[in-house]
Each structure stands twice: as C-alpha cells, then as structure tokens.
Design a protein around this ligand. Structure first.
Ligand SMILES: Cc1ncc(C[n+]2csc(CCOP(=O)(O)OP(=O)(O)O)c2C)c(N)n1
Ligand SMILES: [Mg+2]
Length: 300
C-alpha cells in the first residue's frame, strides 16, 4: 500500500510538472477530421476568446459536436420564447465550457450575435460561466462543478409531476465526475427511474492539471453508471452521425435514466491544444494568437 501510494504521488508530481511546463499529454485517441461547420463554430469561439482575451479553450473545443447535434437536431426550443413551457431543458453542468454554448445560442437567435464580441466584458451578458438570469437560453447558472445533474433531476421530476413530455439533458465533464455530488445525483436519478433524463459526459480524459486516470480514476466508468441504474451508450463525441444516432435511440432502457458517454479530445481542432493542459484555460489572447488559432482550425 505504502509503495503504491508513493508511486502514485511521484506520478502526480510528474504530471503536475508537465502541466505547469505546458507539455502535451498523449491523448491516445484518433485525430478524425472536422467538417466545415465544425470549423466555423470553433472560429466563432475564437472570436469570443479574443473579445474576452481569455477563456477555456480545451474544455470548449471538446464540446462542439455534442452541442451542435443537440441544437441542430435533438432539442425542442423556441429562441423567441426561451422559457417556452414545452422546451427541452439543457443544462451545461461543466459551465466553464460555455463559449461553445454561447456560439450555438447566438447562431439560433437567443440573443444578438454582437454579444459574442463582448465575452467577459462588463457591458456584455456573456460571462466566463453561464448565468441564467442574464442570458436567454441558459437553463441554469453553472460553473461550480457537481451541481447540474441535481438541478436536472429536479426538472425531470417536475416534468413527471406535471405529466409533461419535455426531456432533460445534462452535460458533465469527466473531471467533474470526481465530485461526490454527481454520484448522489446519479443514485437519485436511478432510484426514481427518470427515463426523461439524459446525462451526457464530455469524456475528454483530462481536467485542469492532468489526466483523469491519474488524478482520480473513474474506470470502469460505463459500469459505474449502469450500477447506479442508468442505461448506457458510448460514442465518439466528434462524430456527428454517431451522435445523432445515439440521441435518436434514447432512452437506452425503459424506466431508467440514460447516460451517453462521449469520447472526446480536449482542445479538438487545434493540434497544439489537443491533450495539452496548458490549453485548458488561456489568458492574454491577442489578435496574432487568435489568427494563429484560426489558421490551425482551418488547416485541420
Ligand atoms: C466545485 C469546483 N471545484 C473546482 C473547480 C475548478 N475547475 C474548473 S474546470 C475544472 C476541471 C474540470 O474538468 P472536466 O470536468 O474534465 O472538464 P474539462 O475542462 O476537461 O472539459 C476545475 C477543477 C470548479 N469550477 N468547481
Ligand atoms: Mg475533462
């Protein structure tokens, strides 16, 4: 026990030092291509990052295809009436990835496109974490990790009580699943058999300072969700056809909540950013940096 603890500490030290030096951690995942729409969405994210001179790049770029498919093909919503009673409820529990969501919400017409240039500005509505009071289309204010699932469970129970057929989707990060509150929520969702609830995990295998298997391993991850009473499906989270198919199959099991584990690449779309902890959050993004990011995305 003592020696494995020491080995683990040494490995954590190595990992932290690598992260601080900005060294890349090998992702072990295939580098599939991106279509033009996925590239354009990422370029819009760079626009926000430039406006705010900062932002969570890696966390945003692993999410793009998941959100794109949800907002293009899956969710029921009305941008002219964001609190439409019949809407599906989407909660971005990993709120620090909000730039991806802002870009989709602006594109769909929830708020003026010009807001994207005012990311993190005092006179804008788009903060570094999403605010449901200020931003039309944001279902819940998030950023403090570990709360979105429980909020979603409340919404799913509300639908049941009201006899409504809207659905609830909650997106978690893999590092976020190190929070005990996620598993309290999972226990409750399974216990109540919330078939109208889907957890989507952006499983990019990384968190702020290292890889999730080294910080606090989640494996066997799919089995854990099953054990908590979920129907589970796994998918390449950058393959839009596979994502569409995975959402079309919901619910995965009758009278159970669903968990869709999306295998993604943190920083997907900029080779230097992929699996590189230095790109979890960037500061001081100037025009030259933004242009180099756009060039890398275009060449991907
Ligand atoms: C309760 C809480 N603790 C710590 C943080 C700081 N924090 C912000 S992002 C992050 C890593 C999250 O990793 P993951 O969920 O895997 O998201 P990713 O950035 O990889 O998409 C942490 C620890 C936080 N936002 N909330
Ligand atoms: Mg992660």
């Amino acid at each position: 026990m003592i020696s494995s603890g020491r080995a683990r500490n040494a490995s954590l030290r190595q990992m932290t030092q690598a992260a601080l030096k900005g060294e890349s951690v090998p992702s072990g995942l295939e580098q599939g291509p991106l279509d033009q729409r996925s590239k354009e969405l990422r370029k819009q994210c760079v626009r926000c990052l430039l406006g705010g001179s900062r932002g969570h790049v890696g966390s945003t770029f692993s999410l793009i295809e998941i959100l794109r498919v949800l907002y293009d093909d899956v969710l029921k919503y009305d941008p002219s009436n964001p609190s439409w009673e019949e809407r599906d409820r989407f909660i971005l529990s990993k709120g620090h990835g909000c730039i991806a969501l802002y870009v989709l919400l602006a594109e769909k017409g929830f708020f003026p496109d010009a807001e994207l240039d005012k990311f993190c500005h005092p006179d804008g509505i788009l903060g570094g974490h999403p605010d449901h009071v200020k931003v039309p289309g944001i279902e819940a204010s998030t950023g403090s990790l570990g709360h979105g699932l429980s909020i979603g469970i409340g919404r799913a129970l509300a639908a049941r009580v009201r006899g409504a057929d809207w659905r609830v989707f909650v997106t978690l990060g893999d590092g976020e699943c190190n929070e005990g509150s996620v598993w309290e929520g999972a226990l409750a969702a399974g216990n109540h058999g919330l078939e109208n609830l889907t957890v989507i995990v952006d499983n990019n295998k990384r968190q702020s300072y290292g890889s999730t298997d080294e910080v606090l391993d989640l494996e066997p991850f799919a089995d854990k969700w099953r054990a908590f009473g979920f129907g589970v499906h796994e998918v390449d989270g950058h393959d839009t056809d596979a994502l569409r198919d995975a959402f079309a199959r919901l619910p995965y099991e009758k009278d159970r909540p669903s968990a869709l584990i999306c295998h993604t690449v943190k920083g997907k779309g900029i080779p230097e950013a992929e699996g590189n902890n230095k790109w979890h959050h960037l500061r001081a993004i100037d025009k030259a940096k933004a242009q180099s990011m756009i060039d890398a995305i275009e060449a991907y």
